[in-house]
Ligand binder design. Sequence first.
Ligand SMILES: N[C@@H](CCC(=O)N[C@@H](CS)C(=O)NCC(=O)O)C(=O)O
Length: 231
Amino acid sequence: MSKPDETYTLYSYFRSSASARVRTLMALHHIPYDVKFIHLLKQEQSSDEYTKLNGSQTVPTLVVQPGQGDKWNLGQCIAIMEYLDEKWGPQSKYGRLLPENAKDRALVRSIVDQVVGDLFPMLNSATLGAVTDFGGDKIKWAEKWSDKFLMALERLVSKTSTNGKYCYGDSLTLADVSLAPQMYTVLRFYPQALEKVPTVKSIFENISKLPEFVQADYKHQPDTPDELREN
Ligand SMILES: N[C@@H](CCC(=O)N[C@@H](CS)C(=O)NCC(=O)O)C(=O)O
């Protein structure tokens, strides 16, 4: 099967879990791309130039240049992952990360939504910043919502994981790609978060060591500051 005839530019920030999901998927499927860095703490996501690419003023954004025709932009990490998985999964050594079978696909998507739809928005930088601005305690906030949604995730993956290595069955899916970057954010604000969720802990410890996950994590990006960088 021939490779898709298109090239990519990913707008990314090292500590963005949404960007890390896309980086992980691109690493797993060996997708070549250029990267441009958007420094969130410098508010580069709100610049006029970037807002033209992604009206939500968030990362990631994927710019797709087809072999023929005009380039186009895609925001939202799940939409980007699904698009690239459809294009590149069939010829990847991991195969499609969203299963072909409708039931399996729906269950994998339910785990993705548990992580990206429920937990992620409670801990993103804009939400935590607003909690502080409104006089709240962002650590207590992060602990409360992490406990709630990680327990929900534990109830789910304790049924769907075959061996505690992956979220669904006994191989990698989009659920794992969604989970690992989120856990780094949770652990940053709540280091004990994994104590009550043994299956989630076991899955995270397994997948976060895989080379493609390491390549994509926040500690190994060109824009990672030296004090957070690992070799
Ligand atoms: N629903 C979007 C959310 C993206 C998002 O919130 N990204 C964060 C970084 S992880 C961001 O750019 N935050 C900057 C801001 O909100 O100003 C997605 O899944 O891609």
